[in-house]
Design a protein around this ligand. Structure first.
Ligand code: MF3
Ligand code: CO
Ligand code: CO
Length: 271
């Protein structure tokens, strides 16, 4: 339903820029701690304290309880290897060769910023490295489609094409989302589809793009904790996420900071 897609005012957009930058800065802060031996619970605690004590913002995941879910127990998501998304931090230690996604959502002045990155733990296999790289390119291929007048399907199409051409599959059950005063708003931004289909993008919409790409088959299942999603075939999965503002002639990435990875060099940044 495209009826409840909110267009943000200039004041709201400014608040979204702040929340987005803060979320990205949490990832900058935590990067040096992501090493063999650290537990995901320790990473959660460090990020939580940084958000609350240093940034004076709220970690959106903590106690987040969408319909049909029990409240999320932690402040960040940590998804390792075959975990697709929503991995719940705990006692597990990262080990050499793991790939891990950290997904951060901040709330500042009532507005949300949502971003995630992949990290290598020590030395990782070339297969794991390639999956992370292709997924990063999928994110940016999607972002590069964004401008007023484009269609939602253009984003999914660009991502699916490249993922499948690379021998990978796109997760269907989870998608990007509108974001603003609420964590998850309309529209749903699926990471597959046909160009020219779906709603037309309008300036001042804000949504995330966050492709989950599997090295094996697309099928997923949920673990007994009620949150962690894994690949059914236990193949590796990767994800990158940015929060994006639609502009007349292009896009603005709201979740950037000093440590954010630069876009691939083929991306034309709009002014
Ligand atoms: N940050 C995730 C997203 O990109 C949502 C996490 S919900 C949580 O949409 F409760 F697991 F944190
Ligand atoms: Co998101
Ligand atoms: Co996220």
């Amino acid at each position: 339903m495209n009826m409840s897609i909110t267009l943000k005012s200039p004041e709201e957009i400014e608040k979204m820029r702040v929340a987005g930058r803060l979320a990205s800065e949490v990832l900058d802060y935590i990067t040096p701690f992501i090493k063999p031996g650290v537990t995901t619970g320790a990473l959660d605690k460090l990020c939580h304290d940084y958000m609350v004590d240093v940034q004076n913002c709220i970690p959106a995941p903590l106690d987040y309880a969408p319909a049909g879910y029990k409240p999320y127990p932690k402040s960040i998501c940590t998804s390792i290897n075959h975990q697709v998304c929503h991995g719940v931090p705990g006692d597990r230690q990262l080990k050499n060769g793991d790939i891990v996604n950290l997904d951060i959502t901040t709330i500042k002045q009532g507005y949300h910023g949502d971003t995630s990155r992949m990290f290598h733990v020590g030395e990782v296999s070339i297969q794991a490295k390639r999956l992370c790289e292709v997924t990063f390119e999928c994110l940016w291929l999607g972002i590069a489609q964004v401008r007023a007048g484009a269609h939602l399907g253009d984003i999914g199409h660009a991502i699916q094409q490249y993922a499948e051409k690379s021998g990978y599959s796109v997760v269907r059950e989870f998608c990007g989302h509108g974001i603003g005063a609420r964590f998850h708003e309309d529209p749903q931004v699926v990471h597959y589809g046909k160009a020219g289909t779906g709603i037309e993008l309008k300036a001042n919409m804000i949504f995330t793009i966050e492709p989950m790409i599997n090295a094996g088959k697309a099928a997923i299942r949920e673990l007994a904790d009620g949150w962690t999603i894994v690949t059914k075939d236990h193949s590796l999965s990767a994800q990158w996420e940015h929060t994006i503002l639609v502009r007349e002639t292009g896009f603005e990435v709201l979740t950037l900071s000093e440590g954010a990875r630069k876009p691939p060099e083929w991306v034309k940044l709009s002014s």
